[in-house]
Design a protein around this ligand. Structure first.
Ligand SMILES: C[S@@+](CC[C@H](N)C(=O)[O-])C[C@H]1O[C@@H](n2cnc3c(N)ncnc32)[C@H](O)[C@@H]1O
Length: 271
């Protein structure tokens, strides 16, 4: 007699075949896998039977064929965003954190963003604005946006993103936006479009890899009547914390991007 399949619980604390798990050893050795697609995970620490984890609770410790222990964790949005397929440079979590706070992003926010790139920023914003908000994201390049669209689908966030192909220098379709994000090579060319799309007082953030770009951007933002304009860089330094011998890590990411923020006003009277 054929055994009846036992339905796997949809308990959010239980590992599911169709939801990703984070197999973690340390900061450098971690794998994001879908048990359905990767029943066996081959690592240099041995093979892990991922299919056997389905139905167990996140947080379990699993042993590889070589006897090494790996920790099976529920991925956070940071884990998911950092493992997305990439066609472009993405904004890193240390920068995304401040951007989210400065823009005051919350459930229900309506955000305009350009360019979509690989969709890392789009993914975090969609995660934060759900279940009632929306991210309107623009890119010139349909190929890049195709990758982003798949990334967002995989995360189950498609209902909170509207994908648009177009040149942001020519304007955005949406008005009355709560916040805006610029991550294009010439953001000063898009400041006017951004101003027109934002509601009065709304914040914007722009990402520039070089100081020359930041300078041009700030000048344009001030010219367009943005206030509270500030540019910052976030340096993230890890510590090797061990009792009696804690010290900074030898290796550090020296630079990712400069972040410029500002708030829209109706415009300053010209002299
Ligand atoms: C660095 S990527 C954005 C990465 C994205 N923020 C992320 O975290 O994944 C820059 C993107 O801007 C797009 N882009 C550049 N100029 C543009 C413009 N004028 N209008 C729309 N998209 C533009 C490029 O095609 C590219 O995909």
């Amino acid at each position: 007699m054929q055994e009846e399949a036992i339905p796997v619980s949809r308990d959010p604390d239980v590992i599911q075949a169709d939801l990703p798990v984070l197999v973690y050893r340390d900061r450098r050795r971690r794998w994001l896998v879908l048990p359905r697609d990767t029943p066996k995970l081959h690592t240099h620490l041995g093979i892990l039977d991922v299919s056997a984890l389905v139905g167990q609770k996140y947080g379990v410790t699993a042993t590889t064929t070589l006897g090494d222990e790996l920790f099976v964790l529920k991925p956070t949005i940071e884990d998911l965003v950092m493992k997305l397929a990439r066609k472009t440079q993405v904004i890193y979590p240390k920068d995304l954190g401040l951007i989210s706070v400065k823009l005051g992003v919350h459930a229900g926010s309506r955000i305009v963003e350009t360019g979509t790139g690989s969709g890392a920023t789009t993914a975090l914003m969609a995660y934060l604005v759900q279940p009632t908000g929306m991210v309107f994201t623009y890119d010139l390049n349909p190929e890049f946006q195709g990758v982003a669209r798949k990334n967002i689908e995989r995360l189950g966030l498609s209902n909170f993103v509207s994908f648009k192909i177009g040149d942001s220098r020519l304007g955005f379709d949406e008005g009355g936006m709560d916040a805006g994000i610029l991550d294009v090579g010439d953001p000063w060319e898009v400041v006017k479009s951004m101003k027109e799309s934002l509601k009065p007082s709304a914040p914007m953030a722009a990402i520039t890899p070089t100081t020359n770009q930041a300078e041009k951007l700030v000048a344009k933002m001030k010219d367009e009547g943005f206030v509270a304009v500030e540019t910052v860089e976030i340096l993230l330094r890890h510590l090797e914390a061990r009792v009696g011998m804690t010290r900074p890590s030898n290796i550090m990411v020296g630079h990712t991007a400069y972040l410029t923020f500002g708030r829209k006003t109706a415009g300053l009277p010209r002299a």
